[in-house]
Ligand binder design. Structure first.
Ligand code: ATP
Ligand code: MG
Ligand code: FE
Length: 345
């Protein structure tokens, strides 16, 4: 079975082709991505209207490329999957509209996928795919959640951020340091030249006794520190970046270990853009090795948004019987859509 996946929830247009056969883990045949980062950079963040218009321009050429790369033709596609939410409404509508139009034209069913389920299942595309059950640390630009995952569509929320997401903490701190948008990767690169102990920054909710996170106070602390440094900031920027990264990573690490202990599970899956962070990977690897816990990550290129994870999640949902593809092409999108809401279905 061939699944074409389309991702357009925010500022990357992603298309991918996945082949699923029986109970085997579906296989990625090809994927293509267009990031709008350059376009939004001038505005310091994503401009929704520009994002929608650019998805319209990119999605069909990307689909053509993906099919050509896999040596397949459009009529061979069995299911067209798309990101139904959460994300920017106008951006989501482009992917949903194109997917449903393709499905209707081909006479093939369509399937709307939860963007975060895509992130969550993206490690199944890696060379070292996990097995169920596991604790998932979902750390992206808009979400920070710990989840107990028993199987496809069986997600129990253990804890989540009460304000900013981890990726947002990276991005907002990076913006304060003049590192552009999205600043997470830039801040992380700069941090490699800095001293992570140079500045004492807060570790919010570290000892809260639950599995929730809070990152809003951190950016204020970074701003305060930057102001205090004044003209001395440029010389200490790498130190401040390293200290910021260390604060975020320590909280993610401690809470992940607490979630493993609370659930008694022996496997951790990290997903979402912040999962690309080197310091986070090093610290999780070291701590989990000591505990005998296996850690799984998506391939670096598939940590941030992409079409492969959407095609993969669709194929896995179909294989698990968690959802059926539909020939009702009257699509809708869900800009706000908590992941645990799909569990009941
Ligand atoms: P969501 O999935 O919650 O809707 P999103 O799709 O915008 O949000 P992702 O694409 O998963 O989020 O990830 C983007 C985020 O990952 C950004 O905040 C970015 O700064 C962060 N990020 C990417 N690479 C790194 C890195 N190496 N270190 C830290 N943060 C990173
Ligand atoms: Mg993005
Ligand atoms: Fe995402």
């Amino acid at each position: 079975m061939l699944v074409l996946g389309i991702e357009s929830s925010c500022d990357e247009t992603g298309v991918a082709l996945v082949e699923a056969a029986g109970i085997a883990v579906p296989r990625l045949l090809s994927h293509a991505l267009h990031s709008q980062i350059d376009m939004h950079q001038a505005y310091g963040g994503v401009v929704p209207e520009l994002a929608s218009r650019d998805h319209i321009r990119r999605v069909l050429p990307l689909a053509t490329r993906v099919l050509a790369d896999a040596g397949r033709r459009l009529p061979e596609v069995d299911v067209v999957a798309y990101t139904r939410g959460p994300g920017l409404a106008g951006a989501l509508l482009v992917g949903a509209g194109v997917a449903c139009a393709l499905g209707a034209a081909l006479g093939k069913p369509v399937l709307g996928v939860h963007h975060l389920e895509g992130h969550l299942l993206s490690p199944f595309l890696s060379a070292d795919p996990p097995g169920f059950p596991f604790v998932a640390l979902l750390v992206s630009g808009g979400h920070t959640q710990l989840m107990r995952v028993e199987g496809v569509g069986r997600y129990q929320l253990l804890g989540e951020t009460i304000d900013d997401a981890a990726g947002e903490a990276f991005d907002k701190s990076a913006k304060l340091l003049g590192l552009g948008y999205p600043g997470g990767p830039a801040l992380s690169r700069l941090a490699e030249q800095g001293d992570a102990q140079a500045f004492k920054l807060p570790r919010p909710l570290l000892h809260s006794g639950d599995l929730d996170f809070s990152f809003a106070g951190l950016k204020t602390a970074v701003l305060t520190q930057a102001r205090k440094l004044g003209e001395g900031l440029p010389a200490r920027k790498a130190d401040l970046a390293a200290s910021t990264e260390a604060a975020i990573v320590e909280v993610l690490l401690r809470k992940s270990l607490a979630a493993l202990q609370e659930t008694g599970l022996q496997r951790l899956v990290v997903a979402g853009g912040v999962g690309a962070n080197r310091r986070l990977r090093e610290q999780l690897d070291a701590a989990c090795a000591r505990l005998g816990v296996r850690v799984h990550y998506p391939e670096l290129a598939l940590c941030t948004d992409n079409g492969a994870m959407i095609a993969m999640a669709a194929a896995m949902r179909l294989a698990a019987g968690a959802q059926q593809a539909s020939t009702d092409y009257a699509f809708d999108v869900k800009p706000r859509w908590p992941l645990h809401e799909i569990v009941a279905a």
